[in-house]
Design a protein around this ligand. Structure first.
Ligand SMILES: CCCCCCCCCCCCCC(=O)CC(=O)SCCNC(=O)CCNC(=O)[C@H](O)C(C)(C)COP(=O)(O)OP(=O)(O)OC[C@H]1O[C@@H](n2cnc3c(N)ncnc32)[C@H](O)[C@@H]1OP(=O)(O)O
Ligand code: NAI
Length: 318
């Protein structure tokens, strides 16, 4: 994994800063943003933050992943400018160039957070790995830095408890695809300070998104309603009461959803879906809705993770 102890210097500098800074941290104006995890969500968050003038550092485990993320951001920006600058392609190119200049990448999270106002975690949906990351970054980041998680399903308070700054921890739950989806759930735990919540709300608005305030309860608002609906779709199919194609068509044409539940699962990523549903089963072990799904487990075991691996419930071409 990361070279966790490779930046002793950054740690040392930070400890000095810490001893001089005030323990009361006021409303933080967010300019420098570090995003940990350059997968679909992290890359999308980086794109939107950079597009709105923030200075972004994107962190992942290898340079290859980061290269892929930057390529993805560029491709997505091309789609955005095609619309936004339809009659002025040159300005569109300038915009892309400026946005790309706002993003730097690194595989060294310790160095990345030393000047960060906000860290957004968008790594794998696993509590232990997220807690290890939060605990590690807590020692490296300046006192004022706010830590936010983009988790779909895990308690923010459990991640915050791995730090010495639970008042400066919260949730920023973005939706996929980040450049298109307007909503961000801003999650406050019982320890999140009002100043932190306000900074996160202001940041969300600065991104051009619409925030809603959520408590740190399972699934926040959207996934509390979305996960049971998606699980019901899976159960309906497993009982042989509908093909995945018919269920998808039904929910698109009958309920007006842009994607049916199987299409959406492939879009989200079946590995992430499995992490989420395994976690919900732990919370509600007696709920038959969250019983293990042979179909989902088989697809994940075969590496069929959805759109990102070109096969999931459906097949995709590049
Ligand atoms: C059945 C299995 C059950 C398993 C049970 C387990 C359940 C657990 C589920 C929990 C999931 C949790 C995930 C999470 O935490 C929260 C989420 O994010 S949920 C997902 C929310 N997102 C959605 O619901 C997306 C729905 N889809 C859409 O809105 C549209 O389909 C979409 C915008 C993605 C694409 O639009 P569409 O018209 O279909 O296709 P186009 O390709 O034509 O795009 C339209 C338009 O948008 C532009 N665009 C699309 N993507 C991007 C991008 N990434 N960047 C930039 N621009 C983009 C595209 O260019 C088009 O522009 P035009 O000008 O209109 O041409
Ligand atoms: N996929 C979706 O539709 C949504 C996902 N989320 C949440 O966002 C988070 C990320 O999801 P995705 O982007 O879909 O996953 P992804 O699998 O596309 O990306 C995760 C990235 O994190 C990197 N990573 C893993 N461990 C790391 C570590 N210790 N340090 C640095 N990087 C690390 C991986 O290399 C990978 O590039 C998860 O918590 C997920 O639940 C939230 C909303 C929607």
């Amino acid at each position: 994994m990361f070279r966790l102890f490779s930046s002793n210097m950054a740690f040392f500098t930070h400890q000095i800063q810490r001893s001089f800074s005030s323990s009361v941290v006021r409303n933080v104006v967010i300019k420098n943003v570090t995003i940990i995890g350059g997968g679909q969500m992290g890359a999308g968050i980086a794109q939107v933050a950079a597009s709105t003038g923030h200075s972004v550092t994107l962190v992942d485990m290898t340079d290859d992943i980061l290269k892929k993320a930057m390529k993805g951001i560029q491709g997505s920006l091309r789609r955005v400018v095609k619309k936004k600058f339809s009659d002025d392609p040159e300005s569109g190119d300038d915009f892309i160039q400026k946005v790309m200049q706002n993003v730097s990448t690194t595989t060294n999270p310790a160095a990345a957070v030393t000047t960060s106002d906000l860290v957004v975690e968008a790594i794998v949906e696993n509590m232990k790995i997220k807690q290890d990351l939060f605990g590690f970054l807590d020692k490296m980041a300046p006192e004022h830095t706010i830590f936010a998680s983009n988790t779909s399903s895990l308690p923010i308070s459990d991640m915050a408890s791995a730090t010495s700054r639970p008042d400066r921890c919260g949730g920023l739950h973005f939706f996929n695809p980040v450049p298109m989806m307007k909503l961000v759930e801003v999650v406050a735990t019982s320890s999140t300070s009002p100043e932190t919540s306000e900074s996160l709300l202001n940041f969300t608005k600065a991104l051009g998104k619409t925030p809603v305030c959520c408590k740190d309860t399972p699934g926040f608002i959207v996934n509390r309603l979305l996960v049971p609906y998606m699980m019901e779709a899976l159960r309906l199919h497993e009982r042989g009461h509908g093909s995945k194609e018919d269920i998808d068509i039904a929910m698109k044409l009958g309920a007006g959803y842009p994607m049916g539940p199987f299409e959406l699962s492939d879009y989200v990523g079946l590995d992430t879906i499995k992490f989420i549903t395994d976690g919900w089963r732990e919370k509600e072990p007696d709920n038959p809705l969250f019983a293990p799904s042979d179909l989902l487990n088989k697809l994940v075991a075969e590496g069929k993770l959805g759109k990102k691996s070109l096969e999931g419930f459906y097949k995709y071409s590049k």
